[in-house]
Design a protein around this ligand. Structure first.
Ligand code: NDP
Length: 288
């Protein structure tokens, strides 16, 4: 039996409509959600991501500011700009596009963003809040995966989730979110012995490895849910995920495609976080 495709584009479209409606409500209350995106240097992939974030803001009626600096920007100058944006009441979300030039310390930059405006969810305060089950900004790709699973009607509690990959931006937080939803979680990584043994036990596999077609049908238990986070190019230059889609879909119960799966959810959740931050700001104003 062929797997049901989880259509990230459709789910993102629905979520964006809900966000746009909420933006209208906030505007009626006198506040326009605002996102500042900082781009340092001239990395083409980063520029593409930043442009699509700007486009999404426009589409949903949000205020957006794009701040561009040359590669030669100093860490002090960047920290100064962040301090200014932290104080700016028209900006509710601050995002510094990574990677930064080598001369700038990424950890210091992330920690300089006010946790209240950290819509990327990378600040240790938000990571700590997420781990302890408190209200937090959750980083956008893991958050998008969780929303997709819920929208597809997939039960998480009591299921065995195997996350392949343990990066700070995808693998670790997605496993933690699934744990918060009462899944039993196994993390696999480059030092894991006998990967197949683990993935074959999974009700839910999340592949966040960064290798084209790494997860094959051999790794998939019949009927399992397969979430493909990877964004890779194959030898032909075609965009593809970490899962060998054509063969895995013959065994899985549900599967996400690349493109059109997790990707569209990531920017949508950034918009959600910016909206949430603006709502928090308004609530604070109203209660003071
Ligand atoms: P990283 O390179 O930071 O992490 C890759 C992880 O895969 C590491 O934990 C590594 O293990 C693990 N790994 C590598 N080789 C193996 C192996 N042979 N067996 C098991 N595990 C292995 O990547 P990211 O987490 O940043 O990204 C993963 C993928 O997701 C990439 O393709 C990226 O482009 C994509 N991505 C997609 C996003 C989206 O919006 N859809 C957003 C962010 C990323 P170890 O820790 O031991 O080195």
């Amino acid at each position: 039996m062929t797997a049901t495709i989880i259509d990230g584009k459709e789910i993102a479209k629905k979520k964006k409509q809900e966000i746009a409606n909420e933006v209208e409500k906030l505007k009626a209350e006198g506040i326009v959600p605002g996102l500042a995106v900082i781009l340092v240097g001239d990395n083409q992939a980063s520029r593409t991501y930043v442009n699509s974030k700007q486009r999404a803001c426009k589409e949903l009626g949000m205020h957006s500011v794009q701040i561009e600096y040359p590669e030669s920007l100093t860490e002090e100058e960047l920290l100064g700009k962040i301090a200014e944006l932290n104080q700016d009441d028209t900006i509710h979300g601050i995002l510094v596009q990574l990677p930064l030039p080598k001369a700038i310390n990424e950890t210091r930059v992330i920690e300089a963003i006010s946790p209240e405006k950290d819509v990327d969810g990378f600040h240790p305060v938000n990571i700590g809040r997420m781990i302890t089950g408190q209200d937090a900004f959750i980083s956008c790709t893991p958050f998008g995966i969780l929303v997709m699973l819920k929208e597809a009607g997939i039960e998480i509690a009591g299921k065995h989730a195997v996350v392949v990959g343990r990066s700070n931006i995808v693998g670790k937080p997605v496993g933690q979110l699934l744990l918060n939803e009462n899944a039993t979680v196994t993390y696999c990584h480059s030092r894991t012995k006998d990967l197949e043994k683990h993935t074959l036990e999974a009700d839910i596999i999340v592949a966040a490895v960064g290798r084209a077609g790494f997860i094959t049908e051999r790794h998939v238990k019949p009927g399992a849910v397969v979430i493909d986070v990877g964004i890779n190019r194959n030898e032909a230059g075609k965009l593809c995920g970490d899962v060998a889609f054509e063969e895995a879909k013959e065994k899985a119960g549900f599967i996400t495609p690349v493109p059109g799966g997790v990707g569209p959810m990531t920017i949508t959740m950034l918009m959600f976080n910016t909206l949430k931050s603006a709502r928090n700001h308004l609530n604070k104003l109203q209660s003071s």
